[in-house]
Ligand binder design. Structure first.
Ligand code: BGC
Length: 387
């Protein structure tokens, strides 16, 4: 026979466990709701005030796709400040070098994420001829002209327009005036960035001029697919679809030769670790590769992979060349927004472009834009994960 006191005790126990489980369910559903809220993805484009430069307002735009991939771009310098993508464990991380605030960029880092123009890479002695006219450009790299000069397109404030039709898109516009940094002609430049739901970021460049001028536009993002500025890119593997490259002299000006990569440290035709032969290249990789392209349609240029995170970047371009720069001049003197030194090889650039110093190299594809014609170029970065 069960004692009535025991019955009461059992009933009380029952009551307490019901309360306990009810409280547990309540808290776990709150937690779930919070998680869902955090995970709620706002596909589209947002804009925040980011300060001023040249007395003009600077904004930071965030493009987000349906999987939550995000690309942040500022109209200061047409700069990509971060690209946040998933790794093989679905953990999101930023895979380009950049800063959280405008002040980082006003301190003139080496072109982090910037739009480069009017001419990407070097022009020897800062001069070139068009017909019989000699043009002298601003020199900002020893005696040479680099990435558009003292105040290139990376240091100006662009007009911006954001739209979301089928995908989030940011359109930037800049008028580079006749004589700017020594270049002839008023150049109207438009750069469009759009992010689709297949984790592809496209960058489209267009320009028109009223006088003949060289034009070579690119983007200078430094990738570190591990998303960790304290680790180098030497373990990343790289494939470049280029059987030839353009050797350079001691001031990184092309010699004019177009040389085979076969049996040299420049052979990336099969994917290999960047660190594998970098010590055989004085100063590290800082060279233009001639892409194996037959025409100027959008074609495969390079594949960069980091097996530790599983992240992979595949680059397609309409351009004939790609500058592979292994972050050789980074030396820890610049700090990331969270105070970490940005050391040598903590990021690498793959700049789709025409060849450096083309205005002085008749054997290279021409970069001359004439009035009445249109400059047009597209590069697409596809981000994926390999397990
Ligand atoms: C060039 C490097 C240069 C770097 C700027 C690269 O595109 O090839 O020589 O130092 O940009 O930081």
């Amino acid at each position: 026979m069960i004692h009535s006191k025991n019955i009461i005790a059992v009933k009380q126990l029952h009551f307490h466990s019901i309360i306990f489980f009810a409280v547990l369910i309540f808290f776990s559903s709150c937690k779930e709701a919070k998680k869902n809220n955090e995970m709620q993805i706002h596909r589209g484009i947002t804009k925040i005030n980011w300060g001023t430069a040249d007395d003009k307002p600077v904004y930071l735009y965030t493009l987000t796709n349906k999987d939550g991939m995000q690309v942040k771009i500022s109209n200061y310098g047409g700069t990509i400040t971060s690209i946040i993508v998933a790794d093989k464990n679905d953990s999101m991380g930023n895979i380009v070098l950049g800063f959280d605030s405008l002040s980082g960029y006003l301190a003139k880092p080496p072109y982090f994420g910037a739009t480069i123009g009017r001419y990407g890479n070097r022009i020897a002695d800062g001069k070139f001829k068009i017909g019989d006219s000699l043009y002298r450009l601003a020199t900002n790299n020893g005696k040479n002209h680099l990435h558009g000069g003292i105040k290139g397109f990376d240091k100006v404030v662009w007009d911006a327009a954001a739209t979301v039709d089928s995908v989030p898109e940011l359109s930037l516009h800049y008028l580079s005036k006749d004589g700017e940094e020594g270049y002839p002609g008023n150049l109207q430049v438009t750069v469009k960035f759009w992010l689709n739901d297949d984790n592809e970021l496209s960058i489209e460049y267009a320009a028109q001029t009223d006088k003949p001028t060289p034009v070579n536009l690119t983007n200078h993002s430094y990738f570190n697919l591990k998303g960790d500025v304290t680790s180098t890119i030497l373990e990343h593997t790289l494939m470049i679809d280029g059987d030839y490259y353009t050797p350079v002299d001691s001031s990184l000006i092309p010699t004019g030769e177009i040389k085979s990569v076969k049996k040299t440290p420049f052979d990336f035709t099969q994917a290999k670790k960047i660190g594998e032969r970098i010590n055989e290249v004085k100063g590290g990789y800082d060279h233009n590769f001639v892409l194996n392209k037959k025409n100027d349609s959008l074609q495969l240029a390079a594949v960069l992979t980091d097996s530790s995170s599983g992240r992979q970047l595949t680059i397609y371009t309409t351009e004939p060349g790609i500058q592979f720069y292994s972050g050789n001049f980074l030396d820890g003197s610049i700090k990331s927004s969270d105070g970490k030194p940005i050391d040598q090889h903590s990021g690498l650039c793959l700049e789709t472009q025409h060849f450096p110093d083309s205005p002085n190299e008749p054997g290279f594809p021409s970069t001359l834009l004439k009035p009445g014609t249109k400059y047009h170029s597209i590069t697409k970065w596809k981000f994926s994960v390999v397990k």
